[in-house]
Design a protein around this ligand. Structure first.
Ligand SMILES: C[S@@+](CC[C@H](N)C(=O)[O-])C[C@H]1O[C@@H](n2cnc3c(N)ncnc32)[C@H](O)[C@@H]1O
Length: 302
């Protein structure tokens, strides 16, 4: 099976994950965000056409897909492994049911997007993550609550219509010390980028070639030393934390913050690519130097 892309840390396959997964080596962590829309509510324009012609049976499409995919994942995952399976309130029961036979336990985590999208009232502001630990999973020593607060990616900034925040994915991967991370529904490659930034090996699968291309480009962006990139708030996708520039733990050298659209990026000094304007919070260009710094409490993994 020929990968679409491969380097020392990352492998991408282009194709249907159900066909590709049986050929992969064992993995240690699955972090994935599969398609989890409800077919019935997506193909019936409920607001404009009266009584929707939908039935709960339509959910069986998703039920079967989740069952097949979770079976594939369970065969690939080591007994010490963990699965983070993104879903929402409507699809969580199906994710739970599909994961339950394979896991020691399955529990929901809540991702609070900190902004609300779509609709007039009770607007969507959260999604769920079915967290499944396998029979021999070591205990994660965290003490964290099960609500993860990471700002959702604004529509104009997305490389994929369902792109998830890189910081959220990093926080999850960072809880698990070793091994290979798998994302069989990688989209724009957020899991792979998170794994790469944390120095982990990862495998991604994506059925649409255009997203494989996007993921490869994302991986090509330079990785800064670990301590400089993770948990500082400087790699926040928006630069809206309101933080003042401060030094970065463990990083010696200059950094520059640039802005493209609403998204801020951190680069080693002098390497900001074309198309990025050099802007620091408040619109002024700048650079940072660092050695010791307090960590940003909001994105600190414990
Ligand atoms: C919800 S998106 C993932 C978005 C991703 N988390 C990101 O941040 O960009 C799900 C992805 O799974 C892909 N997909 C759907 N069915 C697939 C399959 N059978 N095998 C591999 N990829 C599939 C879709 O093309 C889509 O890009």
């Amino acid at each position: 099976m020929k990968p679409y892309y491969q380097d020392e840390q990352t492998t991408i396959y282009h194709g249907d994950c159900h066909e590709i997964m049986p050929h992969l080596p064992m993995v240690d962590l699955v972090q994935t965000d599969p398609p989890y829309f409800q077919p019935a509510t997506h193909y019936v324009p409920t607001r404009t056409q009266g009584v929707p012609k939908k039935s709960i049976g339509d959910m069986s499409i998703l039920e079967l897909a989740f069952k097949i995919w979770c079976g594939d994942l369970a065969r690939l995952l080591r007994p010490t492994g963990t699965i983070y399976f993104f879903c929402d309130g409507q699809s969580y029961p199906l994710a739970f049911t599909a994961l339950y036979p394979h896991a020691k336990h399955v529990r929901p985590l809540i991702w609070d997007k900190m902004i609300s999208y779509n609709g007039y009232t009770w607007r969507h502001q959260h999604e769920l993550i079915a967290w499944a630990e396998m029979e021999e999973s070591p205990r994660i020593e965290t003490g964290d609550g099960d609500i993860l607060r990471f700002r959702g990616v604004m529509q104009d900034d997305r490389l994929h219509p369902a792109e998830k925040p890189l910081d959220l994915f990093k926080a999850l991967v960072a809880k698990h010390a070793v091994g290979i991370v798998l994302d069989p529904f990688m989209g724009s490659g957020t899991t792979l980028r998170a794994a790469k930034d944390l120095g982990r090996k990862a495998i991604g699968i994506e059925i649409e070639e255009r997203y494989c291309e996007i993921a490869v480009k994302r991986l090509a962006q330079e990785v800064l030393p670990l301590d400089a990139m993770v948990n500082t708030g400087y790699n926040n996708d928006y630069g809206t934390t309101g933080q003042q520039p401060e030094t970065l733990p463990g990083f010696h050298g200059s950094l520059e913050i640039s802005q493209a659209g609403n998204r801020s990026h951190v680069f080693p000094a002098g390497t900001i690519p074309e198309g990025h304007s050099r802007q620091l919070w408040g619109g002024t260009g700048g650079s940072l130097e660092g050695d010791e710094a307090p960590r940003h409490p909001q994105s600190e993994p414990r």
